[in-house]
Design a binder for this molecule. Structure first.
Ligand SMILES: [Fe+2]
Length: 312
């Protein structure tokens, strides 16, 4: 072939310097059919290479990082998500949440999903006790679900989960052998309200027996999260809300290991001495109550792009 008529050559993949390798890798992805894939991967390679150059990554450190990520994957299972925990403890989860759900107006603030959500939680009728035999101080959980203007939403799906009074989730209790406790799905009534019973959670450490724990220890960081209850709320036509409510006054409220606390999500866990709950349930002793009014964001209606004819 005549060299003067041949197609321009792709960047060579030989003899690449520490600087030239970045452009060569990005160039090799240009035939991808997805513009978004190309955009994301080009940025990932650029930043990853820039990071390695910035710290002058040694071969031992590179091997350590490969081993760390390998062990992070090996610590993932149906009941444990070490990669989400890594994302949480590095602040990436909060960054992604805030990029996609910035705080605005009356809508309830989103926060991290965390590593302990489980699919297929049991469905319960209103007022049920999700502790399911786990002992602790009774906690009455109630709330309402509305749109941003305060119009109540009936039939919204409310998924609730939290830790026990010792700070453990059901997935961490070997005696349960995979059974679900302290979690359940409810639906709002015609007035957009829901309520249930459980037991009061406490502050807890994120799991520290895996690679994330090693990273926290090396960083001289504590692993504690302030006491909280998780909510995932879904209603047709509205953005899914993933959030928690945090106990006011918790000692870890300003040093959450996963950077998830927001002012608007801090509420009192009020103690009540009377032995009758708000729904008439008779108790052996005192109990706690929490209440939160959730506001969902309506899904924006996408305007159809103007056709070429319309633009003329
Ligand atoms: Fe949690």
């Amino acid at each position: 072939m005549n060299p003067s008529t041949s197609k321009p050559k792709a960047l060579a993949t030989r003899n690449l310097s520490a600087q030239a390798v970045t452009a060569a890798v990005i160039e090799r992805m240009q035939s991808s059919r997805s513009a978004r894939f190309k955009e994301v991967m080009a940025s990932l390679v650029s930043h990853l290479h820039a990071f390695a150059r910035d710290v002058h990554l040694s071969e031992d450190e590179w091997a350590l990082a490969i081993d760390f990520l390998t062990r992070t994957g090996q610590n993932c299972s149906d009941s444990r998500q070490e990669f989400i925990l890594l994302s949480d403890t590095l602040g990436l989860s909060t960054l992604v949440t805030q990029l996609n759900h910035p705080s605005q107006g009356q809508e309830t603030e989103q926060t991290v999903l965390g590593p302990f959500h489980r699919e297929h939680s049991p469905h319960f009728p209103s007022g049920a006790d999700i502790a399911q035999g786990i002992e602790g101080k009774p906690l009455y959980i109630s709330g309402t679900v509305s749109d941003a203007k305060g119009h109540r939403l009936a039939g919204a799906r409310v998924d609730i989960w939290h830790a026990d009074p010792s700070g453990a989730y059901d997935v961490q209790m070997q005696s349960l052998e995979g059974a679900m406790r302290l979690r359940g799905v409810f639906h709002t009534d015609p007035q957009g309200a829901f309520h249930c019973w459980s037991v009061k959670p406490t502050a807890y450490p994120v799991p520290t027996d895996g690679p994330v724990g090693t990273m926290l220890k090396a960083s001289r960081r504590h692993a504690m999260r302030p006491a909280h209850v998780h909510f995932m709320i879904e209603a047709k036509g509205y953005d899914r809300l993933i959030t928690h409510v945090f106990e006011q006054g918790d000692r870890y409220i300003d040093s959450d290991a996963v950077f998830g606390v927001r002012d608007a999500l801090i509420i009192p866990f009020t103690a009540h001495r009377n032995k009758t709950g708000p729904d008439g349930r008779v108790l052996k002793g005192s109990h706690y109550r929490i209440h939160y009014d959730f506001h969902l964001r309506k899904i924006a209606v996408q305007k159809k792009p103007m056709s070429k004819d319309a633009k003329r």
